[in-house]
Design a protein around this ligand. Structure first.
Ligand code: FAD
Length: 301
């Protein structure tokens, strides 16, 4: 069996694997893709000591760093965890791995809107990553759904590329930080619509508009546009842990300050946990914490 089995190959999982391997214990890492969300990130300017880098570049150097150590890398999806004598993790290919400790670092993914047209027009006008797909909408009219920090950041970003940006916020007020809102309202080619419930994304072979309901009046409106960026938050990749590891209301794994979960020997780190902030250096820090806690657990059991 493994001493430490890490599930997830983003910044949190990679850091946990390196910290574990450096203790000279048997370490494995299971990830369905190495790198995690940073593969979808363009510019990174807050990875301290590196003034500027790009996601794929950082992901490649993280992978290279992990490969410096004796870590078993398995490109697979985990689908079930069970605590017996050892902890068992079943993979999608049917294999069952056994380990004394497990570190969960499965990260998060974009939240879907769940309206007609969203699935149908994914990559045909419906997008989630402004840094990745923004340039495809140069000179076009796009909507951003969601007025939180990520939505407003996306709108500011897109306003520099697109002809016009319409922000649709469900609530009566934007939730983004005041500085971001000030910046947004200073832009000439942005319209903000509050109390807007998105009803449908319309199109033929690609997006041609969006229909929303004004929640105050109940009236339905249609806007003609070519792109919709959905920015309504992240969902932790933790569904597969249902019934085994304790999670909060929004599915984040509940951890203590050592990264321990409610299941003995199971630790968690990064965006899949209930940590206050979701960032690269924060997930790396929590990955290190989880690995050191797993090591501490091993020497006591
Ligand atoms: P993730 O990066 O999500 O990695 C999760 C890993 O788990 C992946 O390898 C995934 O394939 C794997 N996985 C998931 N489920 C399973 C499963 N069942 N079985 C096996 N493997 C699984 N942060 C910054 O600090 N600065 C930035 O500039 C910045 N920009 C961002 C821009 C974008 C567009 C996005 C999306 C995020 C950005 N972030 C930024 C946030 C940062 O990317 C995340 O906080 C960080 O990647 C979280 O790391 P993680 O390891 O916890 O999770």
């Amino acid at each position: 069996p493994f001493d430490v089995l890490v599930i997830g190959g983003g910044p949190a999982g990679a850091t946990a694997a390196i910290y574990a391997a450096r203790k000279g214990i048997r370490t494995g890492i299971v990830a369905d893709r190495f790198g995690g969300q940073i593969l979808d990130t363009l510019g990174i300017e807050n990875f301290i000591s590196v003034k500027y880098t790009e996601g794929p570049k950082l992901a490649a150097s993280i992978e290279e760093h992990v490969k410096q150590y004796d870590v078993d890398i398995m490109i697979q999806r985990a689908k079930r965890l069970e605590k017996k004598d050892l902890i068992e993790v079943e993979l999608e290919n049917g294999a069952v791995l056994k380990s004394k400790t497990v570190i969960l670092s499965t990260g998060a993914r974009w939240r879907n809107l769940g309206v007609p047209g969203e699935e149908e027009f994914k990559n045909k006008g419906v997008a989630y990553c402004p840094h990745c797909d923004g340039p495809l909408f140069e000179g076009k009219h796009v909507a951003v759904i969601g007025g939180g920090n990520s939505g407003v950041e996306a709108a500011i970003d897109l306003a520099g590329i697109a002809k016009h940006v319409t922000v649709l916020e469900f609530a009566p007020e934007l939730k983004a930080d005041a500085v971001l809102q000030d910046r947004l309202y200073s832009l000439p080619n942005v319209t903000v619509i509050k109390n807007a419930q998105t009803k449908e994304i319309t199109g033929t072979d690609k997006v041609n508009g969006i229909t929303y309901i004004d929640r105050e009046t109940g009236e339905e409106h249609h806007i003609e546009l070519q792109g919709v960026f959905v920015q309504i938050g992240l969902v932790p990749n933790t569904e597969w842990l249902e019934g085994t590891v304790e999670r909060n209301r929004i599915g984040e794994i509940i951890v203590d300050k050592r990264g321990a979960t409610n299941v003995e020997g199971v630790f968690a780190a990064g965006d899949c946990t209930d940590s206050a902030y979701k960032q690269i250096i924060i997930s790396m820090g929590s990955g290190a914490t989880a690995a050191l806690s797993a090591f501490d657990y091993l020497i006591r059991h």
